[in-house]
Design a protein around this ligand. Structure first.
Ligand code: GDP
Ligand code: MG
Length: 195
């Protein structure tokens, strides 16, 4: 199969992952909140944009243990999300601009980095965030997720489609960087700089 970005859309329940997937694809391909059967399993959505292929993977989101759903379902969702990250080459970490960054968000971010996946941060619901909320999450990105500062961070509104194309552009850039083959001298210089 031709190589192309396989993109896991991850984040807490309700941050707007499914809405983002639909906005990217331009049609209602996955269910969003309020509809019966809202994503519990990971769903693959292959699509093409500007002549390029992508496979988006919409995930159930990591639920807080012991909340509303049975423990078995919780565990199942978490495993599904981790598997989706594992099977992807780019992860889009979706955050909620109104809710801010939680411990769970940092946990998923840590897992993405641990697995060495390319990452794009999408701060969603920017439309619903007032000036205070916007300032707050920008601060939180610095002090709670400073280890993600290398990743491209986009402020978007999946529901209105604002900034959604930038997510795709950032995914392309992250994918290209992650898949780059460096000639030996450049690799050596990079390693020395990193050390
Ligand atoms: P998921 O659980 O992460 O897949 O989240 P959903 O895509 O199901 O969205 C959860 C809720 O957030 C729904 O009521 C959406 O309409 C709402 N939502 C999604 N994106 C946005 C956005 O950009 N702005 C606002 N204000 N609400 C959004
Ligand atoms: Mg969903």
């Amino acid at each position: 199969e031709e190589k192309h970005p396989r993109v896991a859309i991850v984040g807490r329940p309700n941050v707007g992952k499914s809405t983002l997937v639909n906005a990217l694809v331009g049609e209602e391909r996955v269910l969003t909140f309020g509809e019966p059967g809202t994503t519990r399993d990971a769903i693959e959505v292959p699509f093409q944009r500007f002549g390029r292929r992508y496979t988006l993977v919409d995930t159930a989101g990591l639920r807080k243990r012991g909340k509303s759903h049975g423990a078995e379902v919780e565990k199942f969702s978490i495993v599904k999300t981790l598997q989706a990250i594992e099977a992807a080459n780019v992860a889009v970490l979706v955050l909620d601009a109104v809710d801010g960054i939680s411990e769970q968000d940092a946990h998923v971010a840590g897992y993405i980095l641990e697995r060495g996946r390319a990452v794009v941060v999408a701060v969603n619901k920017w439309d619903a965030a007032d000036t205070d909320a916007r300032e707050r999450i920008k601060g939180e990105l610095r002090w709670k997720a400073g280890f993600l500062s290398f990743a491209e961070t986009l402020y978007i509104s999946a529901r209105s489609g604002k900034g959604v194309n930038d997510v795709l552009r950032a995914v392309d850039a992250a994918y290209a960087a992650a898949m780059a083959k460096l000639p030996t001298p450049k690799l050596t210089r990079s390693l020395i700089a990193a050390v």
